[in-house]
Design a binder for this molecule. Structure first.
Ligand code: GLY
Ligand code: MN
Ligand code: MN
Length: 442
C-alpha cells in the first residue's frame, strides 16, 4: 500500500526553507513519550508536524533547518536523534542512529540527541530569525528560551543571534492544510479501512452486546490493516449517543435503541473521522427514522456546499437551516425558522459545529479565519461534515417518544475543482441501505 518516500519529506523541507528566508533557523521537536501509569508508557506517536517534515518516527528527535547568508548556499537539514545502542536495542527495539539519519532519512548532518544543547548554540550564531513552534511543549519552550539567553550572552563576544522569534506553526499549518495528491491517497486508505470497520460494526451488532464488544469489532479491522484509532472511539447506545465525547463504552446495547459510533483510524499518520448511527436491532423506529432522515438530508446538502470559493461556514449554515425546519415539522420546536436560527435556540439539540479540518491530526491544523473573516474552501483542503441532533433523555420540552435519541452522521470531504469528493463514501448511510445491510447479516 501507498507510503510516502524521502523525496516527499525533502520537498516539504525545501518549501519551508524557502519560506524562512536567509540567515534563519527552524527548530522542531517530536512529541515526548507519554507515561500511562508508573513505568508503563503509551505507545509512541510522532508529532504530526515533525513527521510531516522528516518522515522520522522515533521518539527523542529534533530537526533543525538552517539557511545562510546567500541563496547559493541552500539550506542544511540536521537531525538530532538517539544513538545506536546494542543494549537498548535488545530491550526496546531498533534505532536508526546518526548514520541511519543521514543514510536513510537524508539528513545533511546528524548528531546524538544528547549533544543538542551544545550544538544548537553554534547553529544559532549569525542567524537573524528563529522559527519555532511556540507553546507546543512547555519543557522544550523553556529550553529554547535558555538557548536564546545563552546565545545572547555569547553575542557580546561578537557573534549575532536571532533578533526575531517567529511562530513556525504559521508556515507548517498552512502547508499541512493543503493536501497533495499523495496525501489524499493516504487519507483515502484510512477512510476505506475506517468504512470497513463501520460496515463490520453494522453487521456484528445485536441486542445485549456490550458497547466495548462492538468497539472491539472496529479495532479488529483497524488492527488487521496495521492501523490504530485516530482518536478515542465513541460507541454510545441509546441516550449515550447524546454525550458528545462519550468514550466509556461500557454499557449494554439495548433492543430498540440506536447506537452512535464515532470512530476511525489513521494510516501512515493520516486520519479518517467517521460517524454512523444505526439501530441495534437492525430496524429504525418511526421516531428514529424521522429524525435520522432530517439529519441525513442536512448532511447531504452540507456536503454539497463544500466547494471551492464557498465560506468555511457555508455547510454549517446549510445544515442548520434544514435541521431547524425538520425540528419544526416534527413538532420538536415551535416558532419562526429565521428567529430560531438567529437566536441559535436550536443549540438545545445541536450544540456543536458542522465540521473541522482533517489531516494528520483529527482536528487538523490550519486557521479557520483570515484577517477576521471565515476563509473560503480551496482545492486540497479536507473537512468533516458532521451534523447531528441530540434529544436529552430528560428534556421535558419534547414528547417522551423523542427523548434519549442521539444521532450524528459524519463524512470526510476533500475539496476538488470538480466539487466535493467524499472520502468515506464506502460505508452506507441511508435508512434503506443500513436496514438492508443489517438484514443481510442476521
Ligand atoms: N471524532 C471527533 C470529531 O468528530 O470531531
Ligand atoms: Mn469530526
Ligand atoms: Mn468524529
Amino acid at each position: 500500500m501507498k507510503k510516502l518516500i524521502q523525496a516527499d519529506f525533502q520537498e516539504r523541507r525545501d518549501i519551508l526553507a524557502g519560506e524562512m528566508g536567509l540567515r534563519s533557523i527552524a527548530i522542531i521537536a517530536t512529541s515526548p513519550v507519554a507515561m500511562r501509569n508508573r513505568d508503563a508508557d503509551y505507545k509512541f506517536r510522532s508529532d504530526s508536524s515533525f513527521f510531516y517534515l522528516t518522515g522520522f518516527a522515533e521518539p527523542e528527535a529534533v530537526a533543525v533547518i538552517e539557511t545562510f547568508d546567500t541563496e547559493e548556499e541552500g539550506y542544511s537539514y540536521s537531525l538530532f536523534c538517539r544513538e545506536r545502542d546494542r543494549e537498548m536495542e535488545i530491550w526496546n527495539g531498533y534505532r536508526a542512529g546518526v548514520d541511519g539519519a543521514v543514510d536513510d532519512y537524508d539528513a545533511d548532518e546528524a548528531y546524538a540527541i544528547d549533544l543538542l544543547d551544545d550544538e544548537i548554540l553554534e547553529k544559532l550564531q549569525n542567524k537573524d530569525k528563529l522559527f519555532y513552534r511556540i507553546g507546543q511543549q512547555a519543557d522544550f519552550d523553556a529550553r529554547v528560551a535558555k538557548w536564546i539567553s545563552t546565545a545572547s550572552g555569547e553575542s557580546r563576544k561578537g557573534a549575532s543571534v536571532p533578533a526575531q522569534v517567529i511562530q513556525l506553526d504559521r508556515i507548517i499549518d498552512e502547508l499541512r492544510l493543503h493536501k497533495s495528491a499523495d496525501e489524499l491517497e493516504l487519507m483515502q486508505i484510512a477512510s476505506d479501512i475506517s468504512a470497513e470497520a463501520h460496515t463490520r460494526a453494522m453487521q456484528m451488532v445485536k441486542p445485549g452486546m456490550m458497547e466495548y464488544a462492538l468497539e472491539a469489532e472496529l479495532n479488529y479491522v483497524f488492527g488487521k490493516n496495521g492501523c490504530v484509532p485516530s482518536y478515542n472511539s465513541i460507541v454510545g447506545g441509546g441516550a449515550n449517543g447524546c454525550i458528545l465525547h462519550y468514550v466509556e463504552n461500557d454499557k449494554e446495547l439495548k433492543d430498540g435503541d440506536l447506537v452512535l459510533i464515532d470512530a476511525a483510524c489513521e494510516y501512515q499518520l493520516y486520519a479518517s473521522d467517521i460517524t454512523r448511527t444505526f439501530p441495534v436491532n437492525g430496524k429504525f423506529s418511526p421516531e428514529q427514522k424521522a429524525l435520522y432522515e432530517v439529519i441525513l438530508k442536512a448532511q447531504i446538502a452540507a456536503i454539497d456546499a463544500v466547494r471551492v470559493g464557498n465560506s468555511y461556514k457555508e455547510p454549517h449554515h446549510v445544515a442548520v437551516r434544514i435541521m431547524v425546519q425538520g425540528l419544526l415539522d416534527l413538532g420538536l420546536m415551535q416558532g419562526n425558522l429565521e428567529k430560531i436560527i438567529q437566536k441559535e435556540s436550536f443549540r438545545q439539540f445541536y450544540m456543536h459545529g458542522t465540521g473541522h479540518w482533517l489531516g494528520m491530526d483529527v482536528h487538523d491544523v490550519g486557521s479557520y479565519k483570515v484577517e477576521g473573516d471565515w476563509r473560503t474552501y480551496e482545492e486540497g483542503m479536507v473537512v468533516t461534515v458532521e451534523p447531528g441532533l441530540y434529544i436529552a433523555p430528560d428534556d421535558e420540552t419534547v414528547d417522551t417518544k423523542w427523548r434519549g435519541i442521539g444521532i450524528r452522521i459524519e463524512d470526510d470531504v476533500a475539496v476538488t475543482k470538480n466539487g466535493p469528493r467524499v472520502l468515506t463514501a464506502a460505508v452506507v448511510k441511508s435508512v434503506e441501505d443500513i436496514e438492508t445491510l443489517m438484514a443481510q447479516s442476521k
